[in-house]
Design a protein around this ligand. Structure first.
Ligand code: FES
Ligand code: FES
Length: 164
């Protein structure tokens, strides 16, 4: 199948890339654009390691054909920090001890950011629901939930803190 030109907004910046129409967004991010912060775990929508934010919603980028993001806004873990200044969620994950191997962390943080952007004061149950598609083999989830609670409490909500 011939490549097609794909344009979208990535972490607030316009990008243009030639892709095979069958390519997933995950592959475009990692292999075409070099943004390896988004992880590949299962590759079939079960682990959440590949979670990014598309027009404000957390999505599994491994299941999403890249052509579906044409003209849309994609946010990845690379878009969160401002230079040396980590995003409040990143700070909270470190402070709460919510990172062990770290493989799940980018997806967890993106799922959490999508939640807090819409609901700056979530309950623990709402947090559990938001990260229910994200598997962590290391932490037991409690510290991750605590980190998201801390980020929500500490910032008064993080809406519009990101680029897009
Ligand atoms: S790699 Fe996408 S859900 Fe597991
Ligand atoms: S910290 Fe290892 S999978 Fe979550």
């Amino acid at each position: 199948m011939a490549d097609i030109e794909l344009e979208f907004f990535l972490n607030g910046e316009p990008v243009k890339v030639n892709v095979n129409p069958a390519t997933s967004l995950l592959t475009v991010l990692r292999d075409y654009l070099g943004l390896t912060g988004t992880k590949k775990g299962c590759g079939r929508g079960e682990c959440g390691a590949c979670t990014v934010i598309l027009d404000g919603q957390a999505v599994n980028s491994c299941l999403l054909p890249a052509v579906k993001v044409r003209g849309r806004r994609v946010e990845t873990i690379e878009g969160l920090a401002r230079g040396e200044q980590l995003h409040p969620l990143q700070q909270a994950f470190i402070k709460a001890g919510a990172v062990q191997c770290g493989f799940c962390t980018p997806g967890m943080i993106m799922a959490a950011k999508a939640l807090l952007d819409h609901n700056p004061r979530p309950t623990r149950d709402e947090i559990k629901e938001a990260i229910s598609g994200n598997i962590c083999r290391c932490t037991g989830y409690v510290k991750i939930e605590e980190a998201i609670m801390q980020a929500a409490r500490g910032t008064g909500g993080i809406k519009n803190e990101g680029c897009c």
